[in-house]
Design a protein around this ligand. Structure first.
Ligand SMILES: *Cc1c(COP(=O)(O)O)cnc(C)c1O
Length: 353
């Protein structure tokens, strides 16, 4: 069996969820969209089921996976519905949905639910992506709260720059939201992970932590004590001795300047490991710090074994407890979110259930 796998530590996931909710206060939706950022949505939701106040996913297809797996907690569709046809499924599955746009209100107009709808009204406070103008908060709240089909309403917004602790934009978004909602008696939700971690003054009734549940700190270096959930690992499948001048892999990117030992690892960009990382990107080989040498291929990559006590079959960690995924993301010029949710082919194996 090919040894590439992603070990998912469900005890760490639970720890991070409880930490997030505790830090924010109130209730917290565990964001498990995009297959729980690559960690397996149903397994993660099951591991959190006894604790989580609810879950959030991007779309109804993701919610259906959870309901089919007997997840009974509230589930919020973060982008709401895309077509009126979905409303009957929202109703049948008892889902909550974001309404962020006039088009979605129009879809709702003729709909007759069998049970009261749970709606999260989203306002654009500066990100200029999804959301109603805050100036409409009063009117929308009045209309929807008088609408007999609607059982509960939460007012929400989303932060664009909460991972920048010194940036004024977050406080401006918050003031915009607070002012627009003044006096409106509905629960509120503002914080993603960076909001939970960096902006205690933005606490509201509901938090929506995502990336922090998986142990990747959106503000690396701040030392929040999150526990990494995924360990992406494989094994050395061959060892090669290089002579000076020997080039390694596609494009001959790495050329040995001295005799050197390298290890071939069963892991490549088809598993979601980023192809773009440069020579020197950190890995851990049999627990020792090492580095990528040469270009990452589809199914394999090569690591430095010089001075490392390892050989055929040695375990290689691409990211996890020893190699923070944030460090690999930085080397790849991206963010941990993208690396984690791109993991594929490598088997997901669960521990800490
Ligand atoms: C994805 C998402 C979140 C979670 O964001 P993180 O940065 O992963 O914590 C929260 N709210 C909304 C609306 C989202 O789309």
């Amino acid at each position: 069996m090919r040894p590439a796998r992603a070990l998912i530590d469900l005890a760490a996931l639970r720890h991070n969820y409880l930490f997030a909710r505790d830090r924010h206060g109130g209730r917290a939706l565990a964001v498990v969209k995009a297959n729980a950022y690559g960690h397996g949505a149903l397994a993660c939701a099951r591991a959190l089921a006894a604790h989580a106040d609810g879950f959030a996913v991007a779309c109804i297809e993701e919610a259906e996976v959870l309901r089919a797996g007997a997840i009974e907690a509230p589930i919020l569709l973060l982008e709401g519905v895309f077509e009126a046809e979905e409303l009957a499924r929202v109703d049948a599955l008892g889902l909550s949905m974001v309404v962020h746009d006039a088009n979605q209100l129009a879809m709702l107009a003729g709909f007759r639910p069998s049970q009261p709808l749970s709606i999260w009204l989203k306002f654009n406070t500066g990100m200029n992506r999804a959301g109603f103008a805050p100036a409409r908060a009063r009117e929308l709240f009045a209309d929807l709260s008088a609408d007999g089909r609607i059982g509960s309403l939460v007012m929400m917004t989303h932060l664009a720059r909460a991972d920048e602790p010194d940036n004024e934009a977050t406080a401006e978004q918050w003031r915009c939201f607070r002012d627009a909602l003044e006096g409106i008696p509905a629960p509120r939700s503002i914080c993603n992970s960076a909001g939970v971690l960096g902006w205690p003054q933005l606490r509201a009734d509901w938090a929506r932590p995502g990336i922090m549940l998986y142990g990747a700190d959106p503000m690396p270096g701040e030392g929040h004590g999150l526990r990494p959930v995924m360990t992406l690992e494989s094994r050395i499948m061959a060892v090669r001795a290089l002579q000076p001048g020997d080039a390694v892999g596609y494009g001959a990117r790495f050329v040995a300047d001295a005799p050197r030992r390298i290890g071939l690892v069963a892991m490549g960009y088809a598993d979601g490991y980023p192809r773009v990382v440069p020579d020197g990107t950190p890995v851990a080989v049999a627990g020792q710090a090492s580095r990528i040498l040469g270009r990452v291929s589809m199914d394999m990559l090569t690591v430095d074994l010089d001075g490392i006590d390892a050989g055929l079959g040695s375990r290689v960690e691409l990211w996890g407890g020893q190699v923070p995924v944030n460090r690999v993301a930085e080397a790849a010029g991206t963010i941990a979110y993208e690396l984690l949710c791109n993991v594929k082919r490598a088997r997901l194996e669960y521990v800490g259930a």
